[in-house]
Design a protein. Structure first.
Length: 260
C-alpha cells in the first residue's frame, strides 16, 4: 500500500521498462483519474513551479473526491517528494487481492503499520466505486474451486451479477458497484450491505464472516460518524507510509515521467 503513495503509480511505462501503473493489479485504474491529476499538476506548475509534488497532489485529490462524494474532509499532510522508482514488479504482494482471507488482509496491513480498525475503516472506501467482473467472478461460479457460487452471497445479487458477468467471454468493460444501494455516495451503507450478504468482493464479505472484523462492521454501520473519524485517521496513517523526503525523492515537473 506504500506503492503509489509517492506518486510512483503516475509514471508511464516505456519500451524498456514496465511501470507500476501497468502492473496486472492496476490494469483497471481509470485513465481519466490519471488525466485529472496531470491537469491539476499542470495548473499548479503554472503558478508555483517546482514546489508541489505529484504525490501531494494525488493525496489531496483523493481527499477531495471523498469529500465531494459526501465523505469526511480530512486534513492531508503535505511535503512528500515523488519517488524515483516505479516498477510493475514491486506491486505484487503490496496490494490486497480480491480473494484474500481476513488473515491475509490483517498480515498485509500489519506489514504497513496498519491495524484491524484501519483495515475495516479503509475497506469502507468501497462505499463508492466499481469493479470489473474478474474481481469477483470466482464468487459467482467457482468459489474456492468448488464449481459452486459463494454460499454467503445474497441470491438476488448473485442472479443479477451472473446476468452481467458470464463465466467466460463476457464484456470486459462491464462494471458493478461495490455498494448496490448508494454507489455514488460516500457513507456507511457499505457496512449495512455486508450484514445483508451484499458485499461484492470476497474481501468485502469476509469482513462480516470473521469475528475479529465483524464487530467493527456492525459498529461502523450503527455509528457513521465514527466510521468517518476512523477512516480519516487511517488515511492519514496510510498517507505517511514510506514518505520520501530530501534526496530520497524529487518534485517532478511532469507526473508521468521522472525528471531528467
Amino acid at each position: 500500500m506504500n506503492i503509489g503513495c509517492d506518486g510512483s503509480v503516475l509514471i508511464s511505462s516505456t519500451q524498456k521498462h514496465l511501470a507500476e501503473r501497468d502492473a496486472a493489479d492496476n490494469k483497471n485504474l481509470a485513465a481519466d483519474a490519471f488525466d485529472t491529476v496531470n491537469k491539476a499538476k499542470a495548473a499548479v506548475e503554472a503558478k508555483c513551479p517546482g514546489i508541489v509534488s505529484c504525490a501531494d497532489i494525488l493525496a489531496i485529490a483523493a481527499r477531495d473526491f471523498v469529500a465531494l462524494a459526501g465523505g469526511p474532509n480530512y486534513p492531508v499532510k503535505k511535503g512528500r517528494k515523488d519517488g524515483k522508482l516505479s516498477a510493475a514488479s514491486r506491486v505484487t504482494g503490496n496490494l490486497p487481492q480480491a480473494n484474500y482471507t481476513v488473515d491475509q488482509l490483517l498480515n498485509l496491513f500489519a506489514s504497513k503499520g496498519l491495524n484491524r480498525s484501519d483495515l475495516v475503516a479503509l475497506s469502507g472506501a468501497h462505499s463508492i466505486g466499481f469493479s470489473h467482473c474478474d474481481g469477483f467472478l470466482d464468487r459467482l461460479y467457482n468459489y474456492h474451486k468448488t464449481n459452486k457460487p459463494d454460499p454467503s452471497m445474497d441470491p438476488k445479487l448473485l442472479k443479477a451479477l451472473r446476468m452481467s458477468c458470464p463465466p467466460m467471454g463476457g464484456n470486459t468493460d462491464i462494471l458493478s458497484p461495490f455498494d448496490v444501494n448508494t454507489p455514488f455516495k460516500f457513507d456507511s451503507m457499505y457496512y449495512n450491505n455486508l450484514q445483508l450478504n451484499l458485499g461484492l468482493l470476497g474481501t468485502d464479505q469476509a469482513l462480516m464472516g470473521d469475528p475479529r472484523t465483524k464487530t467493527l462492521v456492525q459498529f461502523y454501520d450503527k455509528y457513521g460518524n465514527n466510521f468517518f473519524q476512523d477512516f480519516s485517521s487511517a488515511m492519514d496513517k496510510m498517507g505517511s507510509i514510506a514518505v520520501k523526503t530530501g534526496n530520497q525523492g524529487e518534485i517532478r515537473k511532469d507526473c508521468t515521467r521522472f525528471n531528467a
